[in-house]
Design a protein around this ligand. Structure first.
Ligand SMILES: C[S@@+](CC[C@H](N)C(=O)[O-])C[C@H]1O[C@@H](n2cnc3c(N)ncnc32)[C@H](O)[C@@H]1O
Length: 212
């Protein structure tokens, strides 16, 4: 792991204590509702949330899953994972599995090591992760590889191509970038690509694709 990534994870370990206050649920409510609707979840489905952070998406997923199926939440920061586990335990949500893992290593071998052979991933929600992950193009490829054929990958993230004060603030607080061509890359890898870039004054997008 390079120094920048190590520093980001140490930062999130500390930031986790106040994350839900400084990045409150209402701030991303609209793109989350839209993005999670795009997952087309049905009761019994298996969804991967990468990175899971403090588990802000759990209640949105549960609305669709009705507390059935499986929600797999992966993150590299133990601080963030602790908060996600607290949310899960508070609600006694038994369909949530939370794992420590590096997004750059999430592939079919990782799934085989952590789950039984029959695991089929119906959908993946990748929110506010690719703007900070190293090797982000490989991570998109890996996510598509582990999805079932016809499964949906939904990405929610920042895209501010020109330098702005807001963009610099988001880069500072999130320890990532805001100008990566994430959805442009996704577009060429999937079927039925759609883009909605109207959120948070046009700076946050939700992109959808179906595995080829
Ligand atoms: C801005 S937070 C987003 C969390 C959550 N998806 C949300 O929207 O609240 C970014 C997260 O990425 C995680 N992260 C950074 N690098 C990672 C990596 N290589 N593998 C897994 N998680 C990583 C951090 O620990 C942090 O929880």
């Amino acid at each position: 792991m390079d120094k920048k990534q190590k520093d980001a994870i140490s930062y999130y370990d500390q930031f986790s204590k106040i994350y839900d206050w400084l990045s409150p649920k209402w701030y991303y409510h609209k793109p989350r509702v839209y993005g999670i609707e795009e997952l087309a979840l049905k009761p019994g489905n298996t969804i991967l949330n990468l990175p899971v952070g403090t588990g802000q998406n759990f209640e949105y997923f549960q609305k669709h899953l009705k507390e059935t199926g499986l929600i797999i939440g992966i993150d590299l920061s133990e601080g963030m994972l602790k908060k996600a586990k607290e949310k899960r335990d508070l609600h006694n949500w038994s369909n949530i599995k939370i794992l420590k893992g590096d997004a750059t290593q999430i592939n079919s071998d990782y799934l085989l090591d952590n789950f039984e052979n029959s695991l089929e991933i119906d959908a993946i929600f990748c929110d506010l992760g690719l703007s900070g992950f190293p090797e982000w193009e490989n991570i998109i490829d890996n996510m598509l590889n582990i999805l079932k054929p016809g499964g949906r990958l939904i990405i929610m993230d920042w895209y501010i191509p020109q330098p702005t004060i807001r963009g610099n603030f988001i880069k500072w607080i999130g320890k990532g970038e805001v100008d990566r061509p994430i959805y442009q890359y996704l577009k060429n890898q999937v079927l039925n690509f759609t883009l909605n870039d109207t959120f948070n004054r046009g700076d946050v997008f939700v992109a959808t694709g179906i595995k080829k």
